[in-house]
Design a protein around this ligand. Structure first.
Ligand code: SF4
Length: 347
């Protein structure tokens, strides 16, 4: 019955429901131990956002319910970051993430942290402060573009996703399409995600993300996957994955979301009216109004929280986010109507 919330709404409203989350993107640092050949985010002269900068972003993001913490993996390998952390009074990056998660909750945003490879005990420490967490599997096979990225070993990534399942963390994962794999590899990676979910029942969504070349990277001339290939993968993902794992497509990376929704995608991820997509800065978020126009009355857009209704019902979210989730969610587990949250309209 947990899986039928969308179906229940669909009965009331026969059009297909498409969900999204309003977020604020907080790239705590662009330091990273990996060197993925397609990455335009990582820097050799990295910075660490300080707590005032984080607070400023969170405060400006008046419409957001989600604080998306995404940053490089194991940034403490970089000396400058260790010094910056020490200068603001932290002895570990994990400690800093937790404090910034806490700040987000205090300011009314639900943290969703993507921290790369983490141990079981690190995930356990982050869980109470997060509504959900995420890690892209990317591909379940070794690829040349990951030759300089120890954190992109498939077995390391599946281990993190497994451990998140053992800890009952509602989880977002997905594949990155067009980074040197072939169509069968894409299907295999989706099968791996399916198996992880069948074992732990914790994957709320699977992102099907297209590679987008970045200037100045080793893969700047690598061709991005075609829309036809992406459509085929979305169709296959919907066929392979269990019904309760939503298929997500990023609305800023495809020209038209409608064909993808017709192939079975049901979520368009996080959208911000305050921050850019720091991983794909060349691709601005479409406005909600633009998305509505694109849906052309064939689909109904519904705002959700970073944790899906099924996991709200189960109480799998972090304990420190419980009060805020209760305040922000409606009786089905979606985002409460803005008019009713604080008695006024924020848009
Ligand atoms: S894609 Fe992510 S993991 Fe790879 S180098 Fe960039 S920030 Fe690091």
């Amino acid at each position: 019955m947990e899986n039928s919330i969308k179906a229940e709404i669909r009965e009331m409203h026969p059009k297909k429901i498409v969900t999204y989350s309003r977020n604020v993107f907080i790239p705590l640092t662009n330091a990273c131990r990996n060197r993925c050949h397609y990455c335009g985010f990582r820097s050799d002269n990295p910075i660490l956002m300080n707590p005032d900068e984080v607070r400023d972003l969170l405060t400006r993001a008046k419409n957001a319910s989600e604080a998306l913490f995404t940053f490089g993996e194991k940034p403490e390998v970089v000396k400058e970051i260790r010094v910056s952390l020490s200068n603001i009074g932290y002895s570990s990056f994990l400690e800093y993430i937790i404090d910034m998660n806490r700040l987000a909750i205090d300011l009314g945003k639900l943290p969703h942290t993507n921290a790369g490879i983490l141990s079981y005990s690190e995930l356990k420490k982050l869980k109470p402060w997060n509504a959900s967490m995420g890690l892209m599997l990317e591909q379940a096979i070794e690829l040349p573009c990951h030759a300089d990225s120890p954190g992109k070993k498939p077995e390391k990534r599946t281990k993190v996703i497994k451990n998140a399942g053992k800890l009952q963390i509602p989880f977002t994962t997905g594949i990155l399409v067009g980074i040197g794999e072939n169509f069968e590899d894409d299907l295999y990676s989706i099968e791996v995600i399916k198996e992880l979910h069948l074992n732990y029942d914790h994957i709320q969504e699977c992102i099907i993300q297209n590679f987008s070349p970045k200037k100045g990277t080793p893969m700047e001339d690598f061709p991005p996957p075609s829309a036809e290939r992406m459509l085929k993968i979305v169709r296959e993902a919907r066929r392979i994955l269990p019904e309760d794992v939503e298929v997500q497509i990023p609305p800023n990376l495809v020209k038209d979301i409608r064909p993808f929704l017709k192939e079975g995608a049901g979520d368009i991820g996080g959208i911000s009216d305050v921050t850019i997509d720091h991983i794909n800065p060349e691709a601005p978020w479409p406005s909600i109004e633009k998305i509505e126009r694109c849906l052309n009355g064939e689909f109904v857009l519904k705002e959700r929280l970073p944790v899906y209704p099924k996991y709200i019902k189960r109480g799998w979210y972090g304990s420190m986010t419980e009060d805020l989730i209760k305040r922000l969610s409606d009786d089905r587990g979606y985002k409460k109507d803005r008019k009713n949250t604080r008695g006024n309209v924020e848009r």
